[in-house]
Design a protein. Structure first.
Lengths: 182, 392
């Protein structure tokens, strides 16, 4: 079972991202859960969402305390939230940032494997909005392969209708531009 | 063909209500509400469900509207949660006393104060004695299945009682997970049209809900009590039929790894899943631990529970509500009564856990089992214990 914790801000679409991954995994025949952190939702406040993907039925209703994968939608969040809290050994942290790996490690004290992509830039250029939730799914796919791209694209199409193409393009570009470092 | 989809549990419940072809949905549409009625309003607006969707000004009005529509012979559904259930309270007793078979989902959540929107069972336990049949779902699939089952049972002329399907707020209501949505033809086979024995009809006027003077009130309450007790066999029969049509089996009390178990955890609702994982872990460590999950809460299946618990030396009973000033939590109290003076009865220890959204983790279940084992040797001072309290 792979456990993902997603950090974003209220209104950035983190919960939607988590849902799309779970729907895609279930479509592939796997078992999955996606759920928000159930706080009083406020636009702009730090929020979390959780995903589990497994080959066997999932029998837990705990929050994710020990993620294999951490996905950070907002470049400034690691400054105020310990995004790597409780992370499993060998886990990977996926970040939206315009900074270099060295700068990120220096500034935020992040350890272990990192996957970095400038999702703000991609989202602005492709979608015309600094909303990075679907863009960052490209980074998640590249860094982890947690689901296949086809079922994820299908889930995007179902959710976004005529806006799906742009989101798919942003996802694809993030996939190509994500840099993974140990 | 039934199809397996990744879907939010609330949306799936709305789809189940659509499959049941509810004719009236009356609900208070804003907080504390779930996506269930939001999606039902979409289904009605889109013409996918041929029903009256009546958005009302309060939960009190919602359930009052449901009473009227079901009395007129329409298949009727509503949903609520937390403070909304509190506001319905008065009408809950009217609906059951008048034997009106409304089906309702309650997304179980804490009560204020302090203000909490998170999951526990405090809302529904205030309505323990409201005279509705009550089941608890453990996951999204069960939430869907128990919704269909509820229509089947409630509307059965041999039962004719309203029914609540409890699902954990957020922990189930807001989770995307794999659910098999039944096929319409199978649902039609399982669920016959609603044909009440009596209904409000201008061409054939009758009175419903008249005054119960002292000469009849006791007998009316007794009849209600007998009706809900008698309902148990029809509840179980409807699960038998459910298995025949849909292939999934449900029981009033579900057993998990109870063979040769000495210490048995007792749970209701979605924490049962985490409890199973905890039992697996403890079994791997050689501990003789099992789990009993109460699915049918009202009428309480006492004989079934005693049978399922046979051989257990200790029960660690989890309540998800705190009853201030009471001798124990409602589930703990129920089971102490069920086993009172029964020869060879297990020792019962009651734990209060998971209040107001606090996670009940595998470690917490292990803690409860360890505590129950030690209390079996040395009786504790208190009749219940709150688990997972922050010391600093």
């Amino acid at each position: 079972m792979k456990e993902v914790r997603l950090h974003g801000r209220g209104g950035q679409g983190g919960v939607t991202s988590a849902e799309l991954v779970a729907i895609a995994a279930i479509e592939e025949g796997k078992y999955a859960q996606a759920f928000p952190s159930f706080g009083p939702e406020r636009r702009g406040a730090p929020v979390a969402a959780f995903i589990r993907v497994s080959d066997a039925p999932i029998r837990t209703r705990e929050k994710v305390y020990h993620p294999d994968i951490v996905l950070v939608l907002d470049a400034a969040l690691p400054q105020i939230v310990n995004v790597q809290a409780g992370m499993k050994d060998g886990g990977i942290t996926i970040l939206n940032s315009e900074m270099s790996e060295a700068e990120i490690r220096e500034k935020f004290g992040l350890k272990g494997r990192l996957a970095i992509v400038d999702a703000n830039k991609i989202a602005m250029e492709v979608l015309g909005l600094p909303i990075t939730n679907t863009t960052m799914l490209g980074a998640l796919l590249k860094a982890t392969g947690i689901v296949g791209i086809e079922p994820l694209e299908a889930a995007l199409e179902k959710r976004f209708g005529r806006l799906a193409d742009k989101n798919k393009a942003a996802l694809k570009r993030a996939y190509d531009e994500t840099v993974i470092t140990d | 063909m039934a199809k397996r989809v990744g879907i939010e549990v609330s949306i799936a419940i709305a789809e189940a209500v659509k499959l049941a072809q509810a004719e009236v949905v009356a609900a208070y549409p804003i907080t504390p509400q779930t996506h269930i009625v939001e999606h039902l309003s979409e289904l009605v607006a889109d013409g996918e469900l041929d029903a009256e969707f009546i958005p009302v000004e309060s939960e009190h009005a919602a359930l009052s509207t449901c009473c009227g529509s079901v009395a007129a012979g329409a298949r009727t559904y509503t949903a609520t949660s937390s403070q909304g259930l509190m506001l319905m309270s008065e009408v809950l007793y009217v609906a059951s006393g008048m034997r009106l078979p409304i089906v309702m989902t309650v997304a179980n959540r804490a009560l204020s104060a302090p203000i909490s929107i998170w999951n526990d069972h405090q809302d529904i336990m205030t309505q323990r004695d409201c005279g509705w049949i009550q089941t608890f779902a453990e996951n999204g699939q069960e939430a869907v299945d128990l919704t269909l089952h509820a229509f089947r049972v409630a509307e059965d002329r041999k039962v004719s009682l309203p029914m609540i399907v409890n699902i954990d707020g957020f922990t189930l209501s807001h989770v995307i997970e794999p659910i098999e949505l039944p096929d319409q033809a199978d649902v039609d086979r399982y669920l016959p049209p609603f044909k009440p024995k009596y209904k409000l009809d201008p061409k054939k006027p009758i009175s419903m809900g008249p005054v119960g003077i002292p000469e009849v009130y006791t007998e009316a309450r007794m009849a209600h009590d007998q009706a809900i007790k008698n309902a148990k066999r029809w509840i179980i029969k409807a699960w038998d039929e459910f298995e025949e049509v849909f292939g999934r089996r449900y029981n009033p009390v579900e057993e998990y790894r109870t063979e040769d178990a000495e210490i048995v955890l007792v749970t209701m609702g979605s924490i049962s899943e985490t409890a199973m994982t905890a039992v697996d872990k403890m079994r791997d460590e050689g501990k003789k631990v099992g789990l009993l999950k109460i699915r049918l809460w009202r009428p309480f299946p006492g004989p079934e529970f005693r049978k399922a618990a046979k051989g257990a030396k200790v029960l660690a009973v989890v309540d998800r509500t705190l009853a201030p000033g009471a001798s124990s939590g409602p589930v703990g109290e129920e089971l102490r009564t069920v086993f009172y003076k029964v020869p060879g009865a297990p020792k019962i220890f009651n734990f209060i856990a998971g209040l107001g959204g606090r996670d009940v983790t595998v470690e917490r279940f292990e803690e409860m089992v360890d505590k129950a084992a030690s209390y079996a040797k040395k009786r504790p001072k208190e009749l219940y214990e709150v688990i997972g309290v922050r010391e600093k």
